[in-house]
Ligand binder design. Sequence first.
Ligand code: ADP
Ligand code: MG
Length: 451
Amino acid sequence: MNSDVWNIVRSNLQETIGRDAFQNWIDPLVFEGCKGGVVRLSAPTSFIGNWVSQHYGERIRTIMCEAGTDVHRLTFGVAGMKTGNAASKEARTKAAPEPSQAEADLPSSPLDSRFRFDSFVVGKPNELAHAAARRVSESGEVTFNPLFLYGGVGLGKTHLMHAIAWEIRETRPEARVLYLSAEQFMYRFVQALRFKDMHGFKELFRSVDVLMVDDVQFIAGKDSTQDEFFHTFNALIDQNKQIVISADRAPGEISGLEERIKSRLQWGLVVDLHPTDYELRLGILLSKLETQRSLNPGIQIDEGVLEFLAHRISSNVRVLEGALTRLFAFASLVGREIDLDMTQECLADILRASERKVTIEEIIRKVADHYNLRMTDMLSPRRARSVARPRQVAMFLSKTLTSKSLPEIGRRFGGRDHTTVIHAVRKVEELRVTDSQINEDVELLRRMLEA
Ligand code: ADP
Ligand code: MG
């Protein structure tokens, strides 16, 4: 194995662990070599080495193995200490000391230029969080402090926080806005301890007008970091400086967080981002579609595709966005238009992962109920329209709500051929446009099945 494999690891982690984590932990590592299945990496401090080893070690090894190597162990050394010459390292550190934190500019994490208020799509599930974020960014006055935003992965917490920071930077350029992840907060704290610069650290964090800490659940269980966070927090609140915090769950539900911190976090306004609903997902897709269209002019996308994605990918907006990006990338590579078939082919892995547990049996049962038929009618060879139409609806739902193949669906409907299923899907698609009753039936059944 060589440094090419290390580059593969880096680009993989860059995409999967998030920018902050990558910058803090992976970027400082240097690939030193590999011998007998043991990879040597060096880190600027042993703390970083230990941390990476504990948190990302197995993942790094797996990626290396997937890249075709047979790495069975990673070792971490401290950069510049390979030769065991600790004294020279000491000398170098002294000669070029780290700048004091307070001297440096605000160490705000970079803000993503796409995460603005105008690109944030508002719907029922996030309207309160959005309104609160707006309020914090607009008024110079501190109305609720802290603002605590919480919600599941990929629901827009970071987007809203960046939007607040952008807005304040534009409307009140003199305000000192510091945005960082809780992980970075900890990293800076540990660095300050290491370089004996707690004074600089405290001064820095207490001199800001707006402090935003993202993913604060990260410091749960990390006692001294929590302690420092608590003091910073109190000092800023006392000075009436705005604090915005996000977490993946409500303050009271973060275990490993001290009680006094939990209760202080609840002093201000606590709002949650609810899981997205169908309308919001469709709205987000429509807005992202514009971006994709401007990047890839000339690519055609079938109407039903966005609806299909909004129905099928319900977990997380990031995944939804990723799906659309991948479709456009694929379409421009192979020069095809984006239709339902290509979508299912191109996104098979994503669709499988976010598949609802709707089974074909359930679909058949619900459709039979709805039309007052027996299950056996649905599977029988009878072709009377009163039976055939519901059967087609059930096939259509099986195709759109499960990821079963056409032949598989055919088999489950009394051993029919896959061409029968294709015909049924097309027929129902047509009827939904021309026959509002059928359209209503399909929507109603779909909602019942997805509930
Ligand atoms: P979180 O921090 O809650 O895990 P993010 O803020 O990183 O989630 O959002 C994940 C992705 O989804 C981002 O690319 C973000 O722009 C997008 N996103 C989430 N919610 C919305 C929304 N309401 N409108 C537009 N984009 C959104
Ligand atoms: Mg986030």
